[in-house]
Design a binder for this molecule. Structure first.
Ligand code: AMP
Length: 363
């Protein structure tokens, strides 16, 4: 029996473990929090920091294969461990995604269209970059940003001070894309093939994913182009394992926004809404098993449950409605804006969700 080691014990770790167990594997999980959600299910766990070389090495030593669900593992540590242990995805996709400048340059170099962007380090380079890119534009910290944290939309010179406030760390200035909608794909690759989950349409609220609607409302040709270019990108970059790519769609244009070499929130719907799911296919890759091309079971909507909706979601779980799947992550502290669970509605369109369900949750 193989043991999968997971760096990170959040909800992504939890859902990787569920699928690993179904495939007959054991799991061990590393996280700094004693009450990490994934510890409730992992066969073994280690409480330790992600920048603690001994904790990381212990995880690797006790695993047959190692994956990460946390993106900001220090590169130097992973690179040295990669030489001794089976960190099957390797450090490369993580390295390429850890810095927004590197991430966008890499996407552009591999043929994906991105918003125009410039590196910005101080007030002077911000002014120069704004001159080239124009208003409106978006200033983002290059590293450690998530869910809209560490960014500012600049609409005119009056907003420059708001931008300058971010400049204590290296930043990137991007052209603002007045997109029609956001979409994402999740891919899994092994040596033989790249599989791609159906495209989801993502709706954010306060910078956090709120809904993922599948299939995304887009022309078939555009959808195919997005899936094909994503597969090509993954192959050309030589990435293996799992990769999520987020795009902006404007008319016929598809702009790369960001990527993550781990299971993605916008892929949670696949657990019930597709014939196989992102966590299962990642585990298959890790366990050297052949991948399965996914198919959509039925139109599906995934609603993220933040702290403010937790009680409603728990009540919904008790109702046990057909085709409504409630996932509660078991986090011990609930806060507004903290991801506490998600609900997947299978056999439901975005329109049906808006009429039947949208009012059930906090606006
Ligand atoms: P990010 O952390 O880069 O995914 O940005 C968070 C959210 O900000 C995105 O989901 C978009 O809704 C918005 N956003 C980020 N960059 C841009 C951009 N260049 N143009 C328009 N909206 C953006």
């Amino acid at each position: 029996m193989k043991t999968i080691g997971i760096i990170g014990g959040g909800q992504l770790g939890l859902m990787i473990i569920e699928q690993a167990h179904l495939l007959g594997a054991r799991t061990i999980c590393l996280d700094p929090a004693e009450d990490a959600p994934a510890f409730a299910l992992s066969d073994e766990h280690i409480v330790g920091r992600f920048d603690d070389p001994q904790a990381l090495e212990e995880l690797c030593r006790r695993s047959d294969v190692v994956t990460y669900e946390f993106e900001n593992v220090p590169g130097d540590l992973l690179v040295s461990l990669e030489k001794k242990y089976n960190i099957k995805q390797g450090f490369k996709p993580l390295f390429d995604s850890q810095d927004r400048l590197r991430e966008k340059s890499n996407a552009r170099d591999h043929g994906l269209q991105t918003p125009a962007f410039e590196a910005v380090d101080d007030a002077e380079s911000l002014r120069r970059a704004v001159e080239r890119i124009g208003y409106p534009c978006v200033l983002k910290t290059r590293t450690l940003g998530y869910d809209g944290h560490g960014q500012a939309v600049l609409r005119s010179t009056a907003d420059l001070p708001k931008g300058e406030a971010l400049l204590s760390v290296p930043c990137i200035l991007e052209e603002f894309i007045p997109f029609d909608f956001e979409a994402s794909v999740v891919l899994v690759a092994d040596e033989r093939q790249v599989i791609c989950f159906p495209v989801g349409q993502n709706i954010h609220k306060d910078g956090i994913l709120d809904l993922c609607i599948v299939p995304a409302a887009m022309d078939e040709s555009l959808r195919e182009r997005m899936m094909e270019q994503s597969k090509r990108f993954m192959r050309d970059c030589g990435y293996r394992g799992i990769l999520a790519i987020e795009y902006f769609v404007k008319g016929e244009e598809i702009y790369f926004n960001e990527m993550a070499p781990r299971p993605h929130n916008s892929g949670h719907w696949t657990i019930e809404g597709a014939t196989t799911n992102q966590f299962r296919e990642l585990c298959r890759y890790l366990l050297d098993e052949p991948l399965e091309e996914p198919r959509l079971v039925a139109p599906t909507v995934m609603k993220n449950i933040l702290g403010q909706d937790l009680e409603r979601a728990k009540a919904l779980a008790a109702e046990n409605l057909p085709d409504v799947y409630v996932h509660i992550y078991g986090k011990t502290v609930s806060k507004p804006k903290r991801k506490m669970g998600h609900v997947t509605f299978v056999g439901m369109t975005g329109e049906e969700y808006r009429t039947k369900w949208a009012d059930e949750f906090v606006k």
